[in-house]
Design a protein around this ligand. Sequence first.
Ligand code: GLU
Length: 678
Amino acid sequence: MGEVEQIKKAKSISQLEKLKAQAGPREANLFYSLCENGQNTIDKTQFKQALFDAGLSSLDYRLKSLFEKLEKHGDQINFEEFMSFTRTGGLLAEKALRGELAVPDFRDFSRNLDKIYDEVLPNRSGDLARYIPPLAEVDPEQFGIAVVTTDGQIYQRGDTNVDFSIQSMCKPFNYSFAIENLGLEKVNRHVGVEPSGRQFDDLTLMVKGMGGSSLSPNNKVPFNPMVNAGAIMTTGLINPRDTTNDRLQYIREQFGRIIGWNKEETSGVNLPRFNKTMARQENFKGYNNIATGFLLMATGNIPYSESLLPDDIHEDSQYEYDFYVEPAVTNALKVYFSICSLEMTGKDVAMAAATLANGGVCPITQDRVMSQKTVRNVLPVVQTAGMYNSSGQFFQEIGLPSKSGVGGGILLIVPQLMGICIFSPRLDLVGNSVRGIEVARKITKKYLVHAFDGTMTDTDRIDPKLPIARWRANSCGEAIWAASNGDVRTLERLVSQQRDLEAGDYDIRTPLHLASAEGQLEVVKFLLGQGVKPIPDRWGGYPISDARNNNHQEIIDEFNKLNIEYTEPVHIVEEPEGITDEMVTFDNELMVIELLFAAAENDVNGLRQLVAKGVPVHAGDYDSRTALHLAAAEGSLQAVKYLVSHGHPLNVRDRWGATPLDEAKREKREEVIDFLSQ
Ligand code: GLU
C-alpha cells in the first residue's frame, strides 16, 4: 500500500468526528491538528516542537510541570493523555497550539529577527563609553537581541545571557517605583515631564508649572525623570528614611520582580547583580552628577530630615569646624550610582520591558509589580525623553517608548505586545548603541509597531499580532470576496482606506478577475473607474478571460474598451471525467484565504494552527481552489503531506476543472507528483 493510501485508510475526517463526539470540538480539533501519518496518537517530540516553535521553552516557569510530565511519558500520546497534558499547561499550551499567543507566528518573527541580526552584525561603528574603566573595558564586539512578548514567548540571539551595566535604562523603573510608593501627584512636585532639549547631564532645571517664577529656587525641578537630574531626584524619593543598604536592596528586589525573580526563588531568575566596582567608579568620576545632586538639594526638592546643626566638635579650635553635607543628597547620589551599576542580561531587560508592555505584570510570573496606571503615566515620558538628545527624532522614526544606557543597552516597549532589548556596547555621539538603533530601525521598517501605525494602511509591513498567512489574506481577501459577491460598498470603504485593489492572492487572482468571473458588472465598472489595472493571474489569464468563459458580454465590452493586449491563460486539466471529490465552504471566508496562503508557502505551523481552530482542510475559495491545489502548485511537499494526512480529498477540482495533481504536473513539481500519484 502506498503512503497516501495508507494515510487515507487510517485517517479521515471521520476520525475528527469521532474525537468530537468523545470530547468537545475544541479539544478534538487541537488533538487532530497534531496527529500525523494516520495515527491515533500524537508524537511527543512533535508536541514539544510545536510549543518551542510558538516561542515557549521548557525552562518556562509556567510550563515546568507540563514538561516534567512529558519527560516521563512515552513517545506517543493518546487523546485522553493529551487532554490532561494541555490542562497541566493551563491555557498557555492550548493558546500556543491554536496560534493565539501575542505573536502567533513566532517562527516567522524569529526568522526575520535572525535576518536583522545578521544584517546589523557587521556594523562596527561607534565607540565604547570611556568615562570609567569598567565601561571602557567591556568587549565591544558583543551583540544580542532579546524579545519577550506579553505572553512570555522568548526570542534570543547572540549575547543575551551576558550581564551588562544597565546604566540609564534604570531611569523609567526608578520613576515607576517612586510613583508606586508616593503617587503621581507627589512625584510631579519633584520632577517635571517635559522633554528637556538639553544634554542628559545638563545642570539646567526647569521652572515648575505654568507661569512659575524663576526667582524662587523652590520652583525649579528637573525637566523629566529620564535625564540625570530627574533620575537622581526620583531615586531620592524612594524610601528616603531607610539606610542606603536597605534602599538598594528594596530597589534591587523591585527590579528582580520586573524580570521574573520571585521571593521563593522558584522561577529560575536571579536578582540583578550589583557591580560594586562600577558604583565606586561612578561615584569617583561623577562630578557632574554630584553637582546635580547639590543643585537639587538647593531647590529643597530632595527629601531630607530637617535635623539640627550637629554640635561643633572643634569647639576648641579658632578656625576649624566640621564641613557639613546633608546626608540626604549623598545618599540619593549613592543609591543612584548603585542602581546604574546593576547588571542584567539582555533577556532580563527584555523581560523588564515586557512587564511594562504588559501593563505592569511580569509575563512569566504573573506578578503585578506596578499598577496599570503607573505604567500609563511612565510610558509617555519614556517615549518623549528616553533617547537622550535624539528622543524626538527617535519617536518620529521608531515611534516606541525606548530607553538606552551607556552600557550599550536599548530597551523598547511595544505596548500590549512585547519588550525588546538590544545590547551592543559601541555608542553613537549622543550615547545610544549604534547597532541598537539600527536594529530598532529595521524592526519598525519590517513590522507595524510604531505608535501611530494604526493610522496607516501598509501592505508591505507585517502586523506581528497576526499569523503571517492571515496578514497576507487581509491584504487581498476582503476585496476579492467583496468583488466576487458584487459588494461595491465594501470596495468603496477599502478605497477610502487606501487599500490596494490590484493586489492578488496566491494565484494572483484579483478583485477584477472575480468580479468578471461572477458577472459583477457594477464592480468591474467601479474598479476600472478607480484606475485599477487588469493584470494576468498565475495562468496568464486576464479578467477578460473570466468574463469570456462565463459569457458575460457587457464585461467583455468594458475590457475591450481598454487598450490592452490580453494573453490567453494556460490551464491543463487531465482526465476531466474522473471522479470529483467534494470540497466544503466555510463561512469565515478570510480564514479560507489564510489556509490557502499557508499551504502555498509550505507553512505547516500555520496549517496546524488553522486546523486547531476548526478550519476544514478541504475548504474552497471563490475559484474552488483548495489548500491542496496551492500546496501542489507551489511544490510545498510538507504542506501536501499534512493536508493529505488530515483527510484532504485528492480529486477536488477548481473553477477550471484542475485537480491538485494537475497543478503539480503543470508546475512540474516532481516530488509532489510522485507523492500524489502513489
Ligand atoms: N551612570 C551614568 C551617569 O549618570 C548613566 C549614564 C547613562 O547611561 O546615560 O552619568
